[in-house]
Design a protein around this ligand. Structure first.
Ligand code: GDD
Ligand code: MN
Length: 376
């Protein structure tokens, strides 16, 4: 019996898997498949869409395409989020030795895919990356002034910190040998920063990278999901790669603690405003300040520290309630530890027990909320 659906009866050897991460790209996926069909004539390929439960129904649209075209595959994720981890999952599921990553919004010029593929398949390089900044024309996809600035800062930092010389180390469009990913896997960032940089930084020895110019197009439908948060993620990535070696704390904890510090600062400002400027009572001022700090801590950690597990909609509010409850336990722990130490060592200055109490609180809050707010 012939179990293969291939007309010749022989199963297809797939030469190139194209991984396309998607979040709310329902209007673009069909066109992506069309464009790949035209661009990849002569190469046997598959496309793996990795969707993170897009509310616009992207996954259903991909399923529909896959029914008609066996080269289309879907990974539909429900508990995870994040561009970087989506690319990793797609790459691991790939059937071929050469994998390419491309955005699902048609900003990446698919016609250079054969060139990227060729560079890797021929062994000329382990990674072939498509650079937005080698083309003669200026990239039209970098619409705003801010984006250009973020981009330039990021590129300079990346090259300096990781000792690279790439015109576009933060590009999301590149091809690589699948075993590069397999070998780098244990060292990939926990934060999930720009996957190309992450892949290079996690590879020992350094893989050979060649760059191919392309023209970064404008987005037709939908909107970009990247913003200033990227720079902060970069900062965390830096901490993880360079600082954690000397100070073995998880980057997420450092982020959590830093946001807490800003929260304390905010608390003091709100308190002073309420009490001095508006003449509120001590209790009212303290409660207002606590609420503001709590809301800030929760939202900031949700958006940044746990960017990849970000809670939205009703989950966001439920998470806030649990966060507030857990943090009140933290406050009791704080007072408890501080009083105990204070009573036991009456000769020690008060600052030390107070600091110890605060430290216990941060650690408790981090561990508890990681498990019960962002770990569900
Ligand atoms: N699965 C998944 N999960 N996909 C995501 C997520 C997510 O959390 N966030 C974004 N995507 C998908 C988008 O649907 C799109 O296909 C692709 O990832 C890029 O997202 P955009 O929001 O369009 O990013 P951009 O255009 O601002 O930046 C892109 O291009 C830059 C230049 O090439 C990204 O690829 C950057 O990494 C890249 O530097
Ligand atoms: Mn885009």
């Amino acid at each position: 019996m012939n179990t293969s659906a291939h007309p010749s009866g022989a199963p297809d050897q797939i030469a190139l898997s194209v991984v396309v991460p998607t979040f709310n790209e329902v209007r673009n996926v069909a066109e992506v498949v069309n464009k790949l069909s035209t661009a990849l004539v002569g190469i046997s390929w598959e496309v793996i869409f990795v969707d993170d439960a897009s509310p616009d129904g992207t996954a259903d649209a991909v399923r529909e395409l896959a029914r008609k075209d066996r080269r289309v595959r879907l990974i539909s994720r429900h508990n995870r989020r994040g561009l970087s981890s989506a690319v990793v999952e797609g790459g691991l599921a790939a059937a071929s030795d050469v994998v390419a990553v491309m955005d699902g919004d048609l900003q990446h010029d698919e016609t250079i895919l054969p060139k990227l593929y060729e560079k890797v398949a021929s062994g000329e390089a382990s990674i072939a990356s498509a650079s937005r900044f080698l083309a003669e024309e200026k990239p039209s996809g970098l619409s705003s002034e801010t984006r250009v600035k973020i981009s330039n800062t990021g590129i300079r930092l990346a090259n300096r910190l990781f000792n690279l010389d790439l015109s576009d180390p933060l590009t999301g469009f590149f091809a690589f040998r699948r075993d590069v990913l397999l070998r780098a896997l244990p060292n990939l960032s926990e934060i999930g920063f720009k996957i190309l940089l992450d892949l290079i930084a996690a590879s020992q020895p350094r893989p050979k990278v060649v760059e191919v110019p392309f023209m970064f197009r404008e987005r037709l439908h939908g909107e970009s999901k990247l913003d200033m948060g990227v720079l902060y993620e970069f900062f965390l990535f830096f901490i993880e790669k360079k600082i954690s070696r000397f100070l073995p704390l998880p980057a997420r904890f450092i982020s959590f603690a830093m946001i807490n510090c800003v929260g304390i600062f905010l608390h003091m400002i709100v308190f002073i405003f309420a009490e001095r400027l508006f003449g509120a009572s001590f209790a009212t001022s303290q409660i207002t300040a606590t609420m503001v700090a709590l809301t800030f801590n929760y939202s900031a950690n949700n958006a940044i520290t746990y960017n990849d597990r970000r809670l939205r909609g009703s989950d966001f509010y439920l998470g806030f309630v649990i966060f507030a409850l857990l943090c009140s336990v933290g406050i009791f722990a704080n007072i408890g530890v501080a009083t105990m130490l204070h009573d036991q060592y009456t000769n020690v200055i008060d600052l030390a027990p107070a600091m110890a109490g605060a430290l216990v609180t941060v650690v408790w809050n981090y561990v508890a909320t990681q498990a019960f707010v962002w770990g569900r």
